[in-house]
Design a protein around this ligand. Sequence first.
Ligand code: ZN
Ligand code: ZN
Length: 408
Amino acid sequence: MVIEYQEGIFSTRQEVKEVLQENTKNKEDRESEVKVADLEGKVIGLYFSANWYLPCRNFNEILVNVYDQIKTSTGSQFEVVFVSSDEDLNAFNSYHSLMPWLAIPFSDLESKKSLNRRFDVEGIPCLIILQPNKTKDGAEFRDGVDVIYRYGVSAFPFTEERLQELKREEKERYESQTLVNLLTNRDRDFLLRHPTLKQVPVNSLTGKTVGLYFTAQWCLPGVKFTLKLISIYHKIKEALLAENKDDDFEIVLVSSDRDQTEFDSHFNTMPWLALPFDDLIAKTLTKYFDIQGIPSLVILDPDGKTVTKQGRNLINLYQENAYPFTEAKVELLEKLMDEEAKNLPPVERHAGHRHEVTLVSEGSGGGPFICCDCDEQGSGWAYQCIECGYEVHPKCVRAVENDPITDA
Ligand SMILES: [Zn+2]
Ligand SMILES: [Zn+2]
């Protein structure tokens, strides 16, 4: 934007008026304007956001943190410019007061519009990184939000080279991954077991299949899935006990609860282990496993390598039979499910829906879905109402014998 690119790809002067606005919280008004030209030579993040949208507010907090760290370590090499979609000046002012960076003045509608158009912004939050002195390829990087979530401050200066390097490092980390290096840090080598919050050494889990369970008490689907997971956990343990191997499986809560009290009451409902509340490693793990939403269950094998990040989905599909969640086991279960599906009626009347539902598989119009009965994910076989897009797990169908449902 502001930067005069060598090849004149675009110049801000067409996009933005020459003045940007500083966060005025602690400043005299007259100091609150910054010349666009002052941004020359810096890496710029064009930040499209609005305070009425929760994902924006969540990302904003993270960006403030990353911005402060980059400023501390690199001085003035980085700047962010907020392009607001707030409803009014008050909303803009209060949102901008949380931001230590610059903004297009709220009144400068023309610049905001032209930036949205120029960068073809389809959704917020959106962070577009502009490199100084670059030719067209690589001058503009659109996935700033993803990259900040995934790599945080280490992504700076957001160049293609830096991102390749981070991906390489990440791959190496995956390959040398062990339970101990995932779950411990310099100050802590234990996990918690309640009710006494007794400490359990992390290395006592080596050699076991371990589920890392990302959830929080404020997350309703999480609370719901936890109930199911507890029952499955006991069933897996019971089945293992028959072979005297009940110690072979464990789950570790990685919570994003908001405070210690919430964490304590949440963890109290669970029969397994937990990372301590607010442990820094929780954030690292979320990034490392690229957890996009909770609840989420990542399964590690007895060597600490990742087996699957689809633990939640597999539990929903196969319950306790999913254990130990390996590719071989899942293939076997899929085959069994295909066999079983042969015996299912091709059309069913389900108590939860007013139309007939038809059996579909991934190969015949099905695919990953959210079950309308239990609200959980599904894949493979499903009963589907083509008319409504209604889909349920075959196991969730409550068959209706005589047809009491009318099409009214
Ligand atoms: Zn279901
Ligand atoms: Zn229907």
